[in-house]
Design a protein. Structure first.
Length: 300
């Protein structure tokens, strides 16, 4: 039976468990000092989630003929970076959220100071995992992966996107400005996930990498369009975070700028772009195609 678009195919569901196992091994144990810091890191890193970014690593590797353990390190690294970014985004000085992934945010449980430290330590751990992975001996590819992840975190990626986000509150943005903001804040790590999977698989074909970049750009924006729609239509208990928060904070969103119907149309357009970009991969690209469809139809 073909899964519904808002469901993951069975092989991808299995990879969620694989990512969770790898994360549990990579994060420091709660009984190792400093205990409270390590508890906060595991709380943030192992909380319930879609694991979309590790899945994109695995799917990109699979599309290029690689399904081995060499993909586990980049899959862990991107999810740990994602976890760190959520911890910091939720802080009172940023988005000031009390709910994340259906439970209290890290700073609510552990306090602001410990949450900041946990985010800092998670970011450092992600790079350590990539640098020290026992799998693979291609030093050039390893350095390339470190650079890709670093760019996704910095001023040309998530940090830059958050800066755009903070300065946009209460302002009317043009659609191009909104898409630039989210290409940094959300899209950068999604694009990095795909590129890390390709690099770990040994891909050096510029044409394929360019197609994967186009796919990643489209999926990254589609993820945010769907998020903005869910912020209006979703329920907090289902989406795992506070519904209606963007409107309450007077943040620019796709529906607030172009309306709900146009947002849904833009979402369809982005998924079509993503699927067209990976069409030459044939059946090997089906996991990537399934993740694109899932991004557009997910309920949380």
């Amino acid at each position: 039976m073909t899964p519904a678009p808002n469901e993951l195919p069975a092989p991808l569901k299995a990879l969620v468990a694989r990512a969770d196992d790898a994360l549990a091994r990579a994060l420091p144990g709660e009984d190792i000092p400093p205990v409270e810091l390590h508890r906060a890191m595991r709380y943030a890193g192992l909380g319930p989630g879609k694991r979309l970014r590790p899945l994109l690593v695995y799917a990109a590797g699979h599309a290029l003929g690689c399904d081995g353990p060499i993909l586990d390190a980049p899959a862990c690294a991107v999810e740990i970076i994602h976890a760190y970014s959520l911890v910091h985004d939720d802080l009172p000085a940023m988005d000031d959220d009390d709910l994340r992934r259906g439970r209290p945010t890290c700073h609510i449980v552990f306090g602001e100071a410990m949450a900041i430290l946990a985010g800092d330590a998670l970011q450092a751990l992600a790079f350590e995992i990539l640098a020290c992975s026992p799998e693979g001996d291609d030093a050039q590819a390893r350095v390339a992966m470190l650079r890709v992840l670093g760019t996704a975190c910095g001023a040309e990626g998530m940090a830059g996107g958050q800066a755009f986000d903070l300065s946009a509150v209460g302002r009317k943005l043009e659609l191009a400005d909104l898409e630039r903001m989210h290409a940094y804040k959300t899209g950068a790590l999604i694009r990095a996930s795909i590129k890390l999977g390709a690099l770990a698989a040994g891909c050096k074909d510029d044409a394929i990498l360019e197609r994967l970049e186009r796919y990643g750009h489209a999926v990254g924006l589609a993820f945010q369009v769907r998020d903005d729609i869910l912020d209006i239509e979703g329920e907090s208990a289902v989406i795992g975070k506070t519904a209606g928060k963007d409107a309450a904070a007077d943040k620019p969103t796709f529906p607030s700028i172009i309306g709900m119907d146009a947002s849904r149309a833009r979402l369809r357009e982005l998924i079509d772009t993503a699927l067209e970009a990976i069409a030459p991969l044939g059946e090997r690209g089906e996991w990537l195609a399934a993740l694109a469809r899932y991004t557009a139809s997910r309920g949380h």
